[in-house]
Structures are given as C-alpha cells and as structure tokens.
Write a protein that binds this ligand. Structure first.
Ligand code: SAM
Ligand code: SF4
Length: 396
C-alpha cells in the first residue's frame, strides 16, 4: 500500500506507539516476572548479541510495518530487561533505522528503562544524542537492607548519582520506579524512600506496591510482607505526600508533575495501538476494516534470534463481546475524564446498549461521575479509585 492510500484512514484509527523489548539484565531480581534473562547465562563470553538482535528487530519491524497504516509514531518505549545494558552504538543504529522506516510525531516521547547499576555518564550522553529524551530509572528502594533483599545490583548512592548523572547527560524528563509494601517494611521506611525520591525532583514517579508474582524467587520462597493495615497506611500517607509535593495521581501507580504524564503509558491506558518488537513483546493493532487484535512475539531471546521473522508473531483477535471490558479495564484505571464517543474510535464499533446500562449503574453507585452531560464525558470518582476492582466487575 502507498502512503497516499493510507492517509485518509489515519484519523479513523487510534494513535500508534512503538514498544521495543531488550530482554537482558545483569542479574535476575527475585520479585521480577518480566521477560528478563541474566545476560551471562544466555550469551557467549558475556557479550550480548547486539548486532544479531538489531538485525532481527528490524526484520520484525518490516513484517509488522503494514499495521502502521500511515500513522505517525507518538511514542517509543525501550523496555526490559535492562535496555541501558546495550551500547550507545546499538541505539544510534536502531534509531537511525527507525527514523528511516517510520514517521515520528514532532513531539515524540522516547523513553529508555535504565538501571542505576549500569550508569556511565558518557554512555548516557550518547543515549540522549541518539534521540532518547526520557529515562525511567529503576531504583525500587534507597534502603541498603531492602536493596539487598531485592537483589539489586546498585546501592543507595549509586541510585542517587544515577539521577544526577542523567541530568548532566541532558535528560530533562525523568521517571523513578519505586516499590513499597516491601518485606518487613515499616511506614516510616516507605515514607523515607518516597521523600528521598521526591527530593531528587523527578518529573514522574511510578510507585508500585510489591506483588508476589508466580515464576519468581519470592513466590518460591515468600518473604514476610507488611500487614494489610500497614499497606493501607503506606498507600494513604504516600498519596498525601505526593499530592503535597505537586505530583498528580493520574493512574493507579503513576504520579506526575504538571504536563509530565508518560505519553507512552497514556496511550496504553486510553486503549491506543502499539507495535511490539523484540523477544516476548506485546502489541495491539486496529485495522481499517474494524478488526482489533493483540500480537505477541516469541519469548525466549535465543528463540527470538533463531526464528524466521515472518513466524515471530502470534496474533489473538480481540472479540467484539470482549471489547467493552477490555476498553473499560484500561480507561478506568486512568483518572481523567473521557468522552463516551472515544469508544467508537478505539473499539471501531457503536457503544452497545449493555455498556450504557453498566455505565449508568456505575454512576448510580457513585463509582463514576458524568463530568459533562452534553458531551457524555465520564470519569472515575474518588470512591471509584478506592474500589476499582468492584467498578471493573460491573463490566464483566
Ligand atoms: C520491567 S521493570 C524494568 C526496570 C529496570 N529493569 C530495573 O529494574 O532497574 C519495570 C518496573 O516494574 C516494577 N516491578 C517489577 N516487578 C514488580 C513486582 N513484582 N511488584 C511490583 N512492581 C514490580 C519495578 O519497579 C520495575 O522498575
Ligand atoms: S526488575 Fe529490572 S533489573 Fe530486575 S530482573 Fe526485572 S527487569 Fe531485570
């Protein structure tokens, strides 16, 4: 298809982002269920197969390119694993190829996940020069004992220095990943972590409550977690502190300074489209004929490298009947007002009567509010945020 044939459809399709997965880490953390693999266990002579992976990513993109359908790319997210393990050269080459193949929006957000144990300032200056304009630094905690329990490869000072070095390397849009509800953590310890993070003035804070995921070391050997009441108190005190310091709570675990929400994540939560490239990457695509489907790539890095590009993608249709729940599960975790007409663009179908009934029920229960009757705008209420699972169950 030529771009001319594609252009008229652009406004009728959801915005498009790009996710690229880099699957290697220095060491596997005991709580982590992401598709991440200890580099020296899966590579020869400790050298990452950067050139082979780059070549395969580009072939992967070539196969997925028809899904772009003329749309410019809104955001790119290099996620992991530990993307900052890869060399600057890898990103110079990859970004140049992406720019040749795709059209970038003028205000494109390009994020890289980075681990404080992989920080050399010169390398980060190059990442910035290659076009990456946002860093998401995985710190998790600043407390020495907890960093050890979490199996992290960095200490408190390295974590603090990583933020400082990022600023010096030219990054003016930084997220810090922090976890709470950690083994034996007290409310004082959780607040001390949050205060240290806020003092570093990141534009964005992702503050996750630790969950024990299957297939992790913590699942096999569960640590002692704080009691439920302490978890509630941490959540409460943390939200108050973040609000006082100017961080707006805009998604379950996401807090941002004014106009600094993560554009890439916003697109996920608004039920936008994204291409997913790399080992185990997930995507979501809408076609102009109204079909919606999810894509996932072969998971293991070695298998990903050895598979023919045209056989890398597994496609799963999103069924019409599942659409209302899928849409709501994403939209309602985002604490912003949205127009019901968005459903038609993002799901490519008229709003079903059953969905309208369910929405009205949620309004009656005080879990949703109509923010603008005429434009049919709705939003999750404070009560809805507190009882998000109950709210979502109304759409099952
Ligand atoms: C894919 S990880 C990438 C971060 C980067 N590799 C690092 O750890 O430095 C994204 C984030 O998810 C969060 N996370 C991972 N496992 C989690 C779990 N079991 N419970 C809560 N948050 C988790 C962590 O905060 C982590 O930084
Ligand atoms: S939390 Fe980050 S560094 Fe740790 S194993 Fe997962 S992806 Fe790798």
């Amino acid at each position: 298809m030529t771009p001319e044939q594609n252009t008229p459809k652009v406004d009728l399709l959801p915005p498009l982002s790009l996710y690229i997965h880099l699957p290697w880490c220095v060491k596997k953390c005991p709580y982590c269920d992401f598709n991440s693999h200890q580099a020296d266990r899966f590579t020869h002579n400790n050298a990452l197969p950067e050139q082979d992976y780059l070549k395969q990513l580009l072939s992967d993109l070539e196969v997925d390119k028809p899904y772009v359908q003329g749309r410019p790319i809104k955001s790119i997210f290099f996620g992991g694993g530990t993307p900052s393990l890869m060399s600057a050269d890898f990103y110079y080459q990859l970004m140049a190829e992406l720019q040749q193949t795709l059209t970038f929006c003028d205000d494109i957000e390009i994020t890289m996940e980075a681990n404080p144990g992989t920080f050399e300032q010169e390398k980060f200056r190059h990442f910035r020069q290659a076009g990456i304009n946002r860093l998401s630094i995985g710190i998790q905690s600043f407390q020495p004992n907890l960093l050890t329990t979490l199996g992290r490869i960095h200490n408190r000072d390295e974590a603090i220095r990583a933020v400082d070095k990022s600023r010096q390397a030219g990054f003016d849009n930084i997220n810090i990943d922090l976890m709470h509800g950690l083994p034996d953590q007290s409310i004082e310890q959780a607040m001390a972590d949050l205060t240290t993070a806020i003092d570093l003035q990141p534009e964005h804070l992702s503050w996750y409550q630790l969950t024990i995921e299957p297939n992790t070391e913590f699942f096999r050997r569960p640590p002692t977690l704080p009691a439920d009441q302490i978890l509630w108190d941490i959540q409460d005190a943390g939200q108050t502190l973040l609000a006082q310091k100017g961080y707006r709570h805009y998604e379950v675990s996401a807090y941002a300074q004014a106009n600094k929400q993560a554009q890439h994540n916003l697109n996920y939560w608004r039920f936008g489209d994204y291409l997913g490239l790399g080992a185990g990457a997930h995507g979501k695509i809408t076609l102009a004929d109204g079909q919606l489907f999810r894509t996932r790539k072969t998971r293991h890095p070695n298998h990903y490298l050895q598979t023919l590009p045209e056989s890398l993608t597994i496609k799963d249709a999103i069924l019409t009947d599942d659409m209302p729940l899928e849409f709501m599960m994403n939209r309602l975790r985002l604490f912003e007002s949205f127009a019901l007409t968005d459903y038609e663009l993002f799901c490519q179908q008229a709003i079903p009567e059953t969905l309208l009934t369910q929405l009205n029920r949620a309004v009656e229960m005080g879990l949703l509010a109509k923010t603008d009757w005429e434009k049919q705008q709705i939003m999750t209420t404070e009560k809805g945020k507190q009882f998000l699972n109950e709210l979502l169950e109304l759409f099952v």
